[in-house]
Design a protein around this ligand. Structure first.
Ligand code: PBG
Length: 332
C-alpha cells in the first residue's frame, strides 16, 4: 500500500466533491443485491403489521399479488417466503411442513404463475409448524438430527414441486444439504438451487421474526443445541465447507450486521455466492430509533446495506428491500 507524506498527500482531496466521491467509490449497492422476506398468513382479505417490525406486513394469499407487485416492478430479483401457520395446523412433528397444499406451497404456485421472473426462496425448517417452536422434531427433549432431516427433506420436496426455486434450509441440522440435494435430483428437480443458512447463530436478534410468525411464545427453551454459538468464527467456516461439499449453491450468514466479520471470512475463504440476512431484530432496532427521531431511517438503512457489500456479501436479505430499491431507482 502506497504511503504518502503530508502535505503532498491529502486523502481529503478525493472526498472534496460529489463527483470524485462517486468516482472512487469501491462498492456499490444495486437492486440486484436485494432479497425481500415476506410474511404470509391464512384467511382472506387481511393485512396485519408485525408490532415489533413497523412497516413489515403479513398478508393473506388473495392480497399477495398486490403486495409483491411493487417489488417485481422495481426489479428485486427474489423473495423469501415465511408462513404464519395457524396453531391448529401445528403438531409435535411439524407434519404440515410437508403438506403439498400448505400455505407456503399455495403461495409459491400463485407467485410463480403471476411473477415467473421473480425468484422464490423457501425457508426449510420446522419451527413455523411445530407446537414446541423448534426447527426439528424432539426426542427426549433434544432436537433429533436424523429424524428431523427426514421431515426437512419432505418439506423441501413439497416446496420445490410447488415452484420454489431456491431451497433455503435454516434449521442447522447436520447433513441436511446432502440429503435434500439427493432427494431433489432423485425427482428430477436438478435445477432447484440450495441456499444454505450455513452459518446461523443462536441469536437474540430473531425475536421480532418469531413474533411475526407467532412461533416465539411457543418456543420451549432455546436453539443453542443446533444454532451456532456467537463466540465462534472458525466453526462457521467448517459449516460452510461442509454445506458446499454437500452441494449448496449459495451460502448465507445470519444475523447480518453483528456478524460482518463472518461474512468477510466466508467470502474471502470460499469465493462462493455469499449472502447475509439483516434479520428482524436489526430492522427493528433501526426502525425503533428512527421512530424516536434518533436516527435518520433512510440513511441508516442505506449505510447498513452498503456495509454488507463492503464485507463481501453478494446480496442481502432485508426487510428494507422495497424501500431501498425505491431509493436506488430514484438515484438517491
Ligand atoms: C426459522 C427462521 C428464523 C429466521 C429465519 N428463519 C428464526 C429462528 O431461527 O428462530 C429469523 C429471521 C429474522 O429474524 O428476520 N428457522
Amino acid at each position: 500500500m502506497a504511503l504518502g507524506r503530508f502535505p503532498e498527500t491529502r486523502l481529503r482531496r478525493n472526498r472534496r466533491d460529489g463527483w470524485t466521491r462517486r468516482l472512487v467509490a469501491e462498492h456499490r449497492l444495486s437492486v440486484d443485491d436485494l432479497i425481500w422476506p415476506i410474511f404470509i398468513m391464512e384467511g382472506t382479505g387481511r393485512t396485519s403489521e408485525v408490532a415489533s417490525m413497523p412497516g413489515a406486513l403479513r398478508v393473506t394469499l388473495d392480497r399477495l399479488e398486490a403486495h409483491v407487485a411493487p417489488a417485481a416492478e422495481l426489479g428485486i430479483p427474489a423473495l423469501a417466503l415465511f408462513p404464519m401457520v395457524p396453531s391448529d395446523r401445528k403438531d409435535a412433528e411439524g407434519s404440515e411442513a410437508a403438506n403439498p397444499d400448505n400455505l407456503m406451497c399455495r403461495a409459491a404456485r400463485l407467485l410463480k404463475a403471476r411473477f415467473p421472473d421473480v425468484g422464490l426462496i423457501g425457508d426449510v425448517a420446522l419451527d413455523p409448524y411445530t407446537d414446541h417452536g423448534h426447527d426439528g422434531v424432539l426426542r427426549h427433549g433434544y432436537v433429533a438430527n436424523d429424524e428431523s432431516v427426514e421431515v426437512l427433506v419432505a418439506q423441501a420436496l413439497a416446496q420445490a414441486a410447488a415452484g420454489i426455486d431456491v431451497i433455503a434450509p435454516s434449521d442447522m441440522m447436520d447433513g441436511r444439504i446432502g440429503k435434500i440435494r439427493t432427494a431433489l435430483d432423485g425427482t428430477g428437480l436438478i435445477h432447484t438451487r440450495i441456499m444454505s443458512y450455513a452459518a446461523k447463530y443462536a441469536s437474540a436478534f430473531y425475536g421480532p421474526f418469531r413474533d411475526a410468525l407467532g412461533s416465539g411464545g411457543v418456543l420451549q427453551g432455546d436453539k443453542k443445541t443446533y444454532q451456532m454459538d456467537p463466540a465462534n468464527t472458525d466453526e462457521a467456516l467448517r459449516e460452510v465447507a461442509q454445506d458446499l461439499a454437500e452441494g449448496a449453491d449459495m451460502v448465507m450468514v445470519k444475523p447480518g450486521m453483528p456478524y460482518l466479520d463472518i461474512v468477510q471470512r466466508v467470502k474471502s475463504q470460499f469465493r462462493v455466492p455469499t449472502f447475509a440476512y439483516q434479520v428482524s431484530g436489526e430492522y427493528a432496532m433501526i426502525m425503533a430509533a428512527a421512530g424516536h427521531g434518533w436516527l435518520d431511517r433512510d440513511k441508516a438503512m442505506m449505510e447498513s446495506l452498503m456495509a454488507f457489500k463492503r464485507a463481501g456479501a453478494d446480496g442481502v436479505l432485508t426487510y428494507f428491500a422495497v424501500d431501498a430499491a425505491r431509493k436506488l431507482r430514484a438515484g438517491s
